[in-house]
Design a protein around this ligand. Sequence first.
Ligand code: ADP
Length: 643
Amino acid sequence: MLKSLLIANRGEIACRVIRTARRMGIRTVAVYSDADAKALHVRQADEAVHIGPSPARESYLVGEKIIAAAKQTGAEAIHPGYGFLSENADFAQAVIDAGLIWVGPKPASIRAMGLKDAAKKLMQDAGVPTTPGYLGENQDPDHLKAEADAIGYPVLIKAVAGGGGKGMRRVEASDDFLDALASCQREAASAFGDDRVLIEKYILSPRHIEVQVFGDAHGNVVHLFERDCSLQRRHQKVIEEAPAPGMDAATREAVCAAAVRAAKAVDYEGAGTIEFIADASEGLRADRIWFMEMNTRLQVEHPVTEEITGQDLVEWQLRVASGEPLPKRQDELSINGWAMEARLYAEDPVKGFLPSVGRLEIFREHRDVRLETGVYEGAEITGFYDPMIAKIVVHADDREAACEALAGACCSTDIFPVKTNAPFLWRALDDEDFRAGRIDTGFIAAKGDALLPPSEPSEDMVKQAAAAVLVQEYYGAPTTLSFWDDDLLSQPQPNPWRGALGFRLNREPNRKVSVAVEGQVYETELPDDWASKPIVGEPVASGVAVNDDGLSFLAALPRFSGATVGAAADGAILSPMPGRVIAVAVGAGESVAKGQKLLTIEAMKMEHTLTAPFDGVVSELDASEGAQVSEGALLARIEKDSE
Ligand code: ADP
């Protein structure tokens, strides 16, 4: 068995590999870029080597630096994870040439599966069904068009060197073919330096079915059943599960056997995935499932296979790389229950899924799920790498229970202030068609806005936010309070908000409260029984973070004098919300006394007065009457009287 291992990757997959290696008593070496100096994988490894600046091109993608790091630390083997250099045959060869063990397939196997047309030909020869289409050498546009006409529209033009969804064009009709071809060739030439294409029949109601395979150096190959990864957003997988809904035993047998033939055809060693596309217009049928491509590495979604088979695929990889035979024979493997994985991304579904970067002030996991992550509370999500925060993995007796568990976990994962796709994930998991297994790769696009969370907080959320803010205010930061304390009602209340808000505990019926949610002020009335409900909110520096089904909001008191929002300790007078300056009561250079009125801001038809936090001089005045100001804008600065 290996004694030491360098992991040529970062994030959750580096952590995942380290976990198994440690359990097996293998010494681990991490590599990291500038941005990852404090990353979780660096903390978890026994040793870590800095390999360069933050951009992956200058660190994680530089093979020589990684090999040098292995040499320097005496690591025996290199595990590439997924992405980065994992499917780079030249790197695999360089690792071997350096006298190290490559935890992956032989470079020749990677090369054989590297080009789409060559791989498809190889598969046809091995008796693996491939998508109907044209793979020929003749790249003359008129010839290609004649082939497309013969296949029948719609067709898909694919760059033979393509990957990552690039270099593909769907063509609806013969007349559009030549234009689409020219544009696909241009993209392929610039992205891959190879403008050759192949043509495939465009599969309607396509489902993405893939089979986990494993080979060893002794000629054994087994499969570990299928996964369904049909839930995709712009060709990127979002939710994966195993087994595939609606897969009967005979179809499974056929597709898994085809996958094993595919792996044997390239003399495969280690973990690999054979991806198929299925025409699911009439359910899953063995004669309508075709080979699409092989991924010659461990897949992001491997945990769902681990959950249903009870195997640790990283352990399998390390054993195979050490020269051991596969840990199990085919007849020792079986499917147990149902597993599902959701990819939690730092992106804002309300804003077109734009990446959302920043510090994870709050990151609380949901208990009872398997969470694969490379970050921790307090860590930074940067724009340098894939914005995945975590994979949430569940395992249950059946699909219904797995959906339920995963939806619940997506709703209750607390993350702030980084926005995540959690509210989108749970809407997908809660969808009636998804629950019934009526899924294909067009599911998310077809559902459209129905899967998006509202951009405004719901009325219930505003009430919840108001209650959370009041409780927080009463106890004072940074008290964590998840349930309302009955005793509160009988305690003396030294808190300042009562007067400010016109909210008086125990004095019916005035329960009107104003609360700022994400800088917008809402007026709400708390229900009579609000005090007996659980209050879910987490104190943060600027207020309370409230989780609304996976969507986090910042709630704060719209209070404009005093310490919290209006005036920072350094005398900076910031706008607590977007609004308009309607009065400026002081001039630059003027002396002011504590509590003196400085400016008035109007927002949501309410006027708010900002006052001086202490005696001093108006050293800066950036606000003028009538100006529109955004939240946090500097309006004025008060310099404290010196003495
Ligand atoms: P890439 O290598 O760029 O990821 P793939 O060949 O793996 O490209 O295809 C990516 C995705 O495109 C698939 O997951 C599937 O959703 C869709 N796709 C691929 N081939 C077809 C086809 N013939 N018909 C319909 N959809 C397809």
